[in-house]
Write a protein that binds this ligand. Structure first.
Ligand code: AP5
Ligand code: MG
Ligand code: ZN
Length: 217
């Protein structure tokens, strides 16, 4: 199964991807996570990416396409993959097309999570992430049972540096300008499936699995 999970910042891509990749036993490829790891490790990639991420801009296509291309060539992607947060521009989508053709594989589905702007703002500014295991929480919608610590590993919870109100507004604008055109792009290819993203995490996951199952026949 080769899937793209699309949707604006805060739509729940990471939350649903964690669930789906476990269920479908395929790797979870999040360009945002790859960049955050590089920032943490202070690699040349991280130093470059940070300049863009902190202001909510996209990392240049050439850089982003390069890391995804490398990742898709790894052995574990032969059984399929889920792309979270990539592609984000038409140029990235075209480059992905070329890469997949070179690998001799095709996308099965593009899932697009639909959530309104007000809800996105609330989700992003209330998000907390575990420093140790990366688990994602929300102060109101999905609080950790362990309070200020991660309920899975007791790790410390932190707020992403791009989840401040000013940066979030910019990220949503960047999405509208640069990424939203991909909805029509994948619709034209007959791959797009819209899923209401304003339900509970469990209900959304169930809907996605149902839709993927029926598309597989
Ligand atoms: P990235 O990390 O991809 O961020 P994003 O796309 O902005 O998306 P988020 O991770 O913020 O949201 P999400 O949809 O994963 O939501 P989540 O599940 O966490 O990218 C970060 C940056 O990296 C970019 O700005 C850019 O600079 C760079 N970058 C990355 N990819 C790039 C690319 N391809 N090209 C160029 N640059 C790139 O959920 C959010 C919150 O809501 C959580 O608190 C969660 O608990 C809560 N929540 C989730 N589901 C629900 C629900 N159903 N009900 C209530 N609350 C919910
Ligand atoms: Mg995410
Ligand atoms: Zn944890």
């Amino acid at each position: 199964m080769r899937i793209i999970l699309m949707g604006p910042p805060g739509a729940g891509k990471g939350t649903q991807a964690d669930f789906l990749t476990k269920e479908l036993k395929i790797p979870h490829i999040s360009t945002g996570e790859m960049f955050r790891k590089a920032v943490k490790e202070n690699t040349p990639l991280g130093i470059e990416a940070k300049r863009y991420m902190d202001s909510g801009q996209l990392v240049p296509d050439a850089v982003t396409v390069g890391i995804v291309k490398e990742r898709l060539a790894e052995a574990d992607c032969q059984k399929g993959f889920l792309l979270d947060g990539f592609p984000r521009t038409v140029a990235q989508a075209d480059a992905l097309d070329v890469t997949l053709r070179e690998l001799g594989v095709k996308l099965n589905q593009v899932i697009n999570l639909l959530v309104g702007r007000d809800a996105l703002l609330q989700r992003l500014t209330g998000r907390r992430v575990c420093k140790s295991c990366g688990a994602t929480y929300h102060v109101l919608y999905n609080p950790s049972a362990a309070g200020q610590k991660c309920q899975l590993c007791q790790g410390e919870l932190y707020q992403r540096s791009d989840d401040t109100e000013a940066t979030v507004a910019n990220r949503l604008d960047v999405y509208e300008q640069q990424t939203a055109p991909l909805v029509a792009y994948y619709e034209k290819k007959g791959l797009l499936l819209n899923i209401a993203g304003n339900e509970t995490v469990e209900a959304i996951a169930e809907n996605i699995l149902k839709v993927l199952g029926s598309e597989q026949g």
